[in-house]
Design a protein around this ligand. Structure first.
Ligand code: TRP
Length: 355
Protein backbone atom coordinates (compact mmCIF):
# COMPACT_ATOMS: atom_id res chain seq x y z
CA UNK A 1 0.00 0.00 0.00
CA UNK A 2 1.18 3.50 -0.77
CA UNK A 3 2.20 5.58 2.16
CA UNK A 4 -0.60 8.02 2.81
CA UNK A 5 0.09 11.72 2.91
CA UNK A 6 0.25 13.25 6.38
CA UNK A 7 -2.48 15.72 7.27
CA UNK A 8 -2.34 17.81 10.41
CA UNK A 9 -4.58 20.47 11.84
CA UNK A 10 -5.43 21.93 15.20
CA UNK A 11 -7.91 24.21 16.89
CA UNK A 12 -6.96 26.56 19.69
CA UNK A 13 -8.52 25.70 23.04
CA UNK A 14 -10.69 28.76 23.49
CA UNK A 15 -14.45 28.40 23.98
CA UNK A 16 -16.84 26.04 22.24
CA UNK A 17 -16.91 25.35 18.54
CA UNK A 18 -19.51 26.92 16.27
CA UNK A 19 -20.95 26.25 12.82
CA UNK A 20 -18.05 28.15 11.27
CA UNK A 21 -15.57 25.76 12.88
CA UNK A 22 -17.74 22.87 11.75
CA UNK A 23 -17.82 23.75 8.06
CA UNK A 24 -14.37 25.35 8.04
CA UNK A 25 -12.54 22.60 9.90
CA UNK A 26 -14.34 19.70 11.56
CA UNK A 27 -16.30 18.48 8.56
CA UNK A 28 -13.10 18.48 6.51
CA UNK A 29 -11.30 16.58 9.26
CA UNK A 30 -13.96 13.90 9.05
CA UNK A 31 -13.86 13.72 5.26
CA UNK A 32 -10.08 13.40 5.18
CA UNK A 33 -9.61 10.80 7.88
CA UNK A 34 -10.15 7.80 5.64
CA UNK A 35 -7.92 8.81 2.78
CA UNK A 36 -5.02 10.38 4.61
CA UNK A 37 -2.84 9.77 7.61
CA UNK A 38 -4.51 12.39 9.80
CA UNK A 39 -3.44 14.03 13.02
CA UNK A 40 -5.85 16.41 14.72
CA UNK A 41 -5.01 18.16 17.92
CA UNK A 42 -6.20 20.68 20.46
CA UNK A 43 -3.76 23.58 20.73
CA UNK A 44 -3.70 24.26 24.44
CA UNK A 45 -0.20 25.78 24.40
CA UNK A 46 -1.31 28.28 21.78
CA UNK A 47 -4.24 29.20 24.01
CA UNK A 48 -1.78 30.21 26.73
CA UNK A 49 -0.76 33.31 24.77
CA UNK A 50 -3.80 35.07 26.22
CA UNK A 51 -3.19 33.83 29.79
CA UNK A 52 -6.51 32.03 30.28
CA UNK A 53 -7.86 30.97 33.65
CA UNK A 54 -6.23 27.56 34.35
CA UNK A 55 -9.42 25.70 35.24
CA UNK A 56 -11.22 27.21 32.26
CA UNK A 57 -8.40 26.22 29.93
CA UNK A 58 -8.71 22.60 30.95
CA UNK A 59 -12.49 22.72 30.48
CA UNK A 60 -12.00 24.19 27.02
CA UNK A 61 -9.62 21.42 26.00
CA UNK A 62 -12.14 18.88 27.20
CA UNK A 63 -15.02 20.56 25.37
CA UNK A 64 -13.19 20.72 22.08
CA UNK A 65 -12.00 17.16 22.39
CA UNK A 66 -15.59 16.02 22.94
CA UNK A 67 -16.71 18.19 20.02
CA UNK A 68 -14.14 16.61 17.69
CA UNK A 69 -15.42 13.18 18.62
CA UNK A 70 -19.10 14.16 18.51
CA UNK A 71 -18.65 15.64 15.03
CA UNK A 72 -17.34 12.33 13.77
CA UNK A 73 -13.56 12.48 14.07
CA UNK A 74 -12.75 8.84 14.70
CA UNK A 75 -9.86 7.97 17.04
CA UNK A 76 -9.49 4.61 15.29
CA UNK A 77 -8.80 6.34 11.98
CA UNK A 78 -7.17 9.62 12.94
CA UNK A 79 -4.70 10.49 15.66
CA UNK A 80 -6.42 12.85 18.09
CA UNK A 81 -4.20 14.45 20.69
CA UNK A 82 -3.66 17.36 23.02
CA UNK A 83 -0.71 19.56 22.02
CA UNK A 84 0.83 19.67 25.51
CA UNK A 85 0.80 15.86 25.70
CA UNK A 86 3.64 15.95 23.18
CA UNK A 87 6.52 17.63 25.06
CA UNK A 88 8.75 17.19 22.01
CA UNK A 89 6.84 20.12 20.51
CA UNK A 90 7.96 22.46 23.27
CA UNK A 91 11.54 21.31 22.94
CA UNK A 92 11.65 21.78 19.20
CA UNK A 93 9.99 25.17 19.61
CA UNK A 94 13.07 26.36 21.47
CA UNK A 95 15.36 24.97 18.79
CA UNK A 96 13.45 26.35 15.82
CA UNK A 97 13.26 29.81 17.41
CA UNK A 98 17.02 30.09 16.84
CA UNK A 99 16.25 30.32 13.14
CA UNK A 100 13.32 32.70 13.31
CA UNK A 101 13.70 36.46 13.02
CA UNK A 102 12.01 38.81 15.47
CA UNK A 103 11.26 41.10 12.54
CA UNK A 104 9.41 38.52 10.48
CA UNK A 105 7.35 37.60 13.53
CA UNK A 106 6.54 41.22 14.25
CA UNK A 107 5.38 41.73 10.68
CA UNK A 108 2.86 38.87 10.92
CA UNK A 109 -0.68 40.15 10.54
CA UNK A 110 -2.06 38.10 13.42
CA UNK A 111 0.64 39.44 15.73
CA UNK A 112 0.07 43.03 14.71
CA UNK A 113 -3.69 42.68 15.19
CA UNK A 114 -3.35 41.17 18.62
CA UNK A 115 -0.58 43.49 19.77
CA UNK A 116 -2.56 46.50 18.60
CA UNK A 117 -5.56 45.33 20.60
CA UNK A 118 -3.48 44.66 23.68
CA UNK A 119 -1.82 48.06 23.47
CA UNK A 120 -4.99 49.93 22.56
CA UNK A 121 -3.65 51.24 19.25
CA UNK A 122 -6.15 52.02 16.50
CA UNK A 123 -5.70 50.69 12.97
CA UNK A 124 -4.26 53.95 11.66
CA UNK A 125 -1.71 53.87 8.87
CA UNK A 126 1.24 54.60 11.14
CA UNK A 127 0.26 51.95 13.67
CA UNK A 128 3.22 49.68 12.80
CA UNK A 129 5.63 52.27 14.13
CA UNK A 130 3.46 52.85 17.14
CA UNK A 131 3.44 49.12 17.92
CA UNK A 132 7.23 48.97 17.71
CA UNK A 133 7.66 52.05 19.84
CA UNK A 134 5.33 50.82 22.53
CA UNK A 135 6.74 47.30 22.56
CA UNK A 136 10.34 48.38 22.79
CA UNK A 137 9.46 51.23 25.12
CA UNK A 138 9.81 50.69 28.84
CA UNK A 139 6.13 50.75 29.73
CA UNK A 140 4.99 47.62 27.99
CA UNK A 141 6.83 44.98 30.00
CA UNK A 142 4.13 42.44 29.87
CA UNK A 143 1.32 43.77 27.76
CA UNK A 144 2.53 41.88 24.71
CA UNK A 145 4.10 38.60 25.73
CA UNK A 146 6.87 36.75 23.92
CA UNK A 147 4.59 33.75 23.45
CA UNK A 148 2.29 35.84 21.30
CA UNK A 149 5.22 36.94 19.16
CA UNK A 150 6.47 33.38 18.67
CA UNK A 151 3.01 31.93 18.02
CA UNK A 152 3.99 31.17 14.39
CA UNK A 153 7.11 29.30 15.51
CA UNK A 154 5.00 27.03 17.68
CA UNK A 155 2.52 26.47 14.88
CA UNK A 156 5.34 25.67 12.45
CA UNK A 157 6.68 23.13 14.93
CA UNK A 158 3.26 21.48 15.26
CA UNK A 159 3.34 20.91 11.53
CA UNK A 160 7.02 20.22 10.88
CA UNK A 161 7.56 17.85 13.79
CA UNK A 162 4.97 15.53 12.21
CA UNK A 163 6.32 16.20 8.70
CA UNK A 164 2.79 16.99 7.59
CA UNK A 165 2.31 18.06 3.97
CA UNK A 166 -1.37 18.96 4.04
CA UNK A 167 -2.75 21.39 6.57
CA UNK A 168 -6.47 22.15 6.25
CA UNK A 169 -6.92 25.63 7.74
CA UNK A 170 -8.91 28.76 7.06
CA UNK A 171 -7.74 31.77 5.13
CA UNK A 172 -6.66 33.60 8.28
CA UNK A 173 -3.96 30.96 8.80
CA UNK A 174 -2.40 31.20 5.31
CA UNK A 175 0.32 33.56 6.47
CA UNK A 176 1.33 31.19 9.26
CA UNK A 177 1.59 28.40 6.72
CA UNK A 178 3.72 30.58 4.48
CA UNK A 179 6.05 31.19 7.42
CA UNK A 180 6.14 27.46 8.14
CA UNK A 181 7.31 26.80 4.59
CA UNK A 182 9.93 29.49 4.91
CA UNK A 183 11.24 28.09 8.21
CA UNK A 184 11.36 24.60 6.70
CA UNK A 185 13.38 25.76 3.70
CA UNK A 186 15.65 27.84 5.89
CA UNK A 187 16.39 24.98 8.26
CA UNK A 188 16.97 22.49 5.46
CA UNK A 189 19.35 24.78 3.64
CA UNK A 190 21.21 26.05 6.72
CA UNK A 191 22.12 22.53 7.82
CA UNK A 192 22.27 21.02 4.34
CA UNK A 193 19.59 18.47 5.15
CA UNK A 194 16.32 17.45 3.60
CA UNK A 195 14.45 17.08 6.82
CA UNK A 196 11.23 19.01 6.42
CA UNK A 197 8.75 18.83 3.55
CA UNK A 198 6.92 22.06 2.77
CA UNK A 199 3.29 21.93 3.86
CA UNK A 200 0.40 23.40 1.93
CA UNK A 201 -3.16 24.32 2.76
CA UNK A 202 -5.85 21.91 1.79
CA UNK A 203 -9.34 22.73 0.65
CA UNK A 204 -12.00 20.62 -0.94
CA UNK A 205 -12.88 22.38 -4.15
CA UNK A 206 -10.81 25.40 -4.90
CA UNK A 207 -11.83 27.99 -2.36
CA UNK A 208 -12.04 28.15 1.41
CA UNK A 209 -15.59 28.11 2.76
CA UNK A 210 -16.52 31.27 4.52
CA UNK A 211 -19.31 30.72 6.99
CA UNK A 212 -21.09 34.02 7.62
CA UNK A 213 -22.47 35.12 10.97
CA UNK A 214 -26.02 36.12 11.87
CA UNK A 215 -25.37 39.76 12.64
CA UNK A 216 -25.38 41.01 9.09
CA UNK A 217 -21.71 41.21 8.19
CA UNK A 218 -18.51 39.21 8.26
CA UNK A 219 -17.81 35.65 9.20
CA UNK A 220 -19.15 33.61 12.06
CA UNK A 221 -17.14 34.27 15.20
CA UNK A 222 -17.62 34.02 18.90
CA UNK A 223 -19.24 37.41 19.32
CA UNK A 224 -22.74 37.89 20.70
CA UNK A 225 -25.64 37.49 18.30
CA UNK A 226 -23.45 36.22 15.51
CA UNK A 227 -22.73 32.61 16.12
CA UNK A 228 -24.39 29.23 16.55
CA UNK A 229 -22.56 26.80 18.77
CA UNK A 230 -22.67 23.12 17.91
CA UNK A 231 -23.86 22.43 21.43
CA UNK A 232 -26.56 25.13 21.58
CA UNK A 233 -29.95 23.68 22.46
CA UNK A 234 -32.90 23.68 20.10
CA UNK A 235 -34.61 26.71 21.58
CA UNK A 236 -31.43 28.79 21.53
CA UNK A 237 -30.75 28.00 17.90
CA UNK A 238 -34.28 28.85 16.80
CA UNK A 239 -34.10 32.09 18.73
CA UNK A 240 -30.72 33.07 17.29
CA UNK A 241 -31.80 32.38 13.72
CA UNK A 242 -35.12 34.21 14.10
CA UNK A 243 -33.19 37.24 15.37
CA UNK A 244 -30.69 37.23 12.51
CA UNK A 245 -30.27 40.57 10.75
CA UNK A 246 -32.10 41.01 7.41
CA UNK A 247 -33.37 44.03 5.47
CA UNK A 248 -36.71 45.54 4.35
CA UNK A 249 -37.20 42.90 1.68
CA UNK A 250 -37.01 43.18 -2.12
CA UNK A 251 -39.28 45.75 -3.75
CA UNK A 252 -38.58 45.01 -7.40
CA UNK A 253 -37.92 41.77 -9.28
CA UNK A 254 -34.33 40.49 -9.41
CA UNK A 255 -33.04 43.11 -7.07
CA UNK A 256 -29.44 42.57 -5.84
CA UNK A 257 -29.31 40.78 -2.49
CA UNK A 258 -27.98 42.73 0.49
CA UNK A 259 -25.15 41.30 2.58
CA UNK A 260 -27.21 40.25 5.63
CA UNK A 261 -29.69 38.39 3.45
CA UNK A 262 -26.98 36.89 1.26
CA UNK A 263 -25.42 35.59 4.47
CA UNK A 264 -28.61 33.72 5.30
CA UNK A 265 -28.66 32.25 1.80
CA UNK A 266 -25.06 31.15 2.25
CA UNK A 267 -25.94 29.42 5.52
CA UNK A 268 -28.82 27.77 3.72
CA UNK A 269 -26.54 26.57 0.98
CA UNK A 270 -24.42 24.89 3.63
CA UNK A 271 -27.24 23.27 5.56
CA UNK A 272 -30.34 22.93 3.35
CA UNK A 273 -31.21 20.81 0.35
CA UNK A 274 -30.55 22.49 -3.05
CA UNK A 275 -34.27 22.66 -3.94
CA UNK A 276 -34.98 24.57 -0.76
CA UNK A 277 -32.29 27.11 -1.55
CA UNK A 278 -33.64 27.48 -5.08
CA UNK A 279 -37.16 27.93 -3.74
CA UNK A 280 -36.12 30.86 -1.54
CA UNK A 281 -33.83 32.39 -4.16
CA UNK A 282 -36.76 32.35 -6.60
CA UNK A 283 -39.05 33.82 -3.96
CA UNK A 284 -36.53 36.60 -3.45
CA UNK A 285 -36.31 37.24 -7.18
CA UNK A 286 -40.09 37.59 -7.58
CA UNK A 287 -40.48 39.52 -4.30
CA UNK A 288 -42.74 36.94 -2.69
CA UNK A 289 -40.19 36.00 -0.05
CA UNK A 290 -41.00 36.18 3.63
CA UNK A 291 -37.87 36.26 5.72
CA UNK A 292 -39.72 34.71 8.65
CA UNK A 293 -40.38 31.57 6.60
CA UNK A 294 -36.81 31.45 5.35
CA UNK A 295 -35.52 31.69 8.90
CA UNK A 296 -37.83 28.96 10.16
CA UNK A 297 -36.61 26.68 7.41
CA UNK A 298 -33.00 27.61 8.02
CA UNK A 299 -33.30 26.93 11.76
CA UNK A 300 -34.85 23.55 10.98
CA UNK A 301 -32.00 22.61 8.67
CA UNK A 302 -29.29 23.85 11.03
CA UNK A 303 -30.84 21.76 13.79
CA UNK A 304 -30.59 18.67 11.60
CA UNK A 305 -26.84 19.22 11.56
CA UNK A 306 -26.25 20.28 15.14
CA UNK A 307 -28.71 18.29 17.25
CA UNK A 308 -27.14 14.88 16.63
CA UNK A 309 -23.73 16.41 17.41
CA UNK A 310 -25.09 17.91 20.62
CA UNK A 311 -26.52 14.58 21.69
CA UNK A 312 -23.30 12.69 21.11
CA UNK A 313 -21.37 15.53 22.72
CA UNK A 314 -23.25 15.27 25.97
CA UNK A 315 -22.60 11.58 26.20
CA UNK A 316 -18.92 11.82 25.31
CA UNK A 317 -18.25 14.87 27.44
CA UNK A 318 -19.38 13.00 30.53
CA UNK A 319 -17.21 9.97 29.85
CA UNK A 320 -13.87 10.87 31.43
CA UNK A 321 -12.53 7.38 31.00
CA UNK A 322 -13.15 7.43 27.26
CA UNK A 323 -11.58 10.87 26.87
CA UNK A 324 -8.53 9.69 28.79
CA UNK A 325 -8.25 6.62 26.58
CA UNK A 326 -8.54 8.62 23.35
CA UNK A 327 -5.97 11.21 24.35
CA UNK A 328 -3.51 8.66 25.71
CA UNK A 329 -3.68 6.67 22.51
CA UNK A 330 -3.32 9.82 20.40
CA UNK A 331 -0.42 11.15 22.44
CA UNK A 332 1.46 7.88 22.04
CA UNK A 333 1.15 7.96 18.27
CA UNK A 334 1.91 11.65 17.98
CA UNK A 335 4.93 11.38 20.29
CA UNK A 336 6.46 8.53 18.37
CA UNK A 337 6.82 10.58 15.21
CA UNK A 338 7.61 13.77 17.07
CA UNK A 339 10.46 12.10 18.93
CA UNK A 340 11.90 10.75 15.69
CA UNK A 341 11.88 14.20 14.06
CA UNK A 342 13.25 15.90 17.16
CA UNK A 343 16.17 13.47 17.22
CA UNK A 344 16.95 14.35 13.60
CA UNK A 345 16.70 18.07 14.35
CA UNK A 346 19.08 17.82 17.31
CA UNK A 347 21.51 15.72 15.33
CA UNK A 348 21.49 18.30 12.54
CA UNK A 349 22.03 21.19 14.96
CA UNK A 350 24.86 19.54 16.85
CA UNK A 351 23.01 18.85 20.08
CA UNK A 352 24.52 15.44 20.76
CA UNK A 353 25.02 13.28 23.79
CA UNK A 354 28.22 11.89 25.36
CA UNK A 355 26.44 8.91 26.84
N1 TRP B 1 -3.30 28.81 14.70
C1 TRP B 1 -4.41 27.91 14.43
C2 TRP B 1 -5.69 28.71 14.63
O1 TRP B 1 -5.74 29.62 15.41
C3 TRP B 1 -4.40 26.72 15.33
C4 TRP B 1 -3.17 25.91 15.11
C5 TRP B 1 -2.12 25.79 15.94
C6 TRP B 1 -2.90 25.09 13.97
N2 TRP B 1 -1.17 24.95 15.42
C7 TRP B 1 -1.61 24.51 14.21
C8 TRP B 1 -3.59 24.81 12.78
C9 TRP B 1 -1.04 23.66 13.28
C10 TRP B 1 -3.01 23.95 11.86
C11 TRP B 1 -1.73 23.38 12.10
O2 TRP B 1 -6.69 28.38 14.01
Amino acid sequence: MDKKEIVLSGIRATGNLHLGNYYGALSKFVKMQQDYDCLYFIADLHALTTNPDPAQLHENVKNILAEYLAAGVDPEQATIFVQSDVPEVSEMYLLLNMHVGIGELMRTTSFKDKARKQLGISTAADSDEEIEKQIIGTNSNKRVNAGLLTYPTLMAVDILIQKATKVPVGKDQEQHLELTRRFARRFNSFYGVDLFPEPENFNFGDHAVKVPGLDGSGKMGKSEGNCIYLVDDEKTIRKKVMKAVTDQGPTEPNQPVSEPVENLFTLMELTSAPEIVTHYRDAYADCSIRYGDLKKQLAEDILKVTLPIRERYQEIRADDEYLARVTRMGAEKARERAAATLAEVKQAMGIRKFY
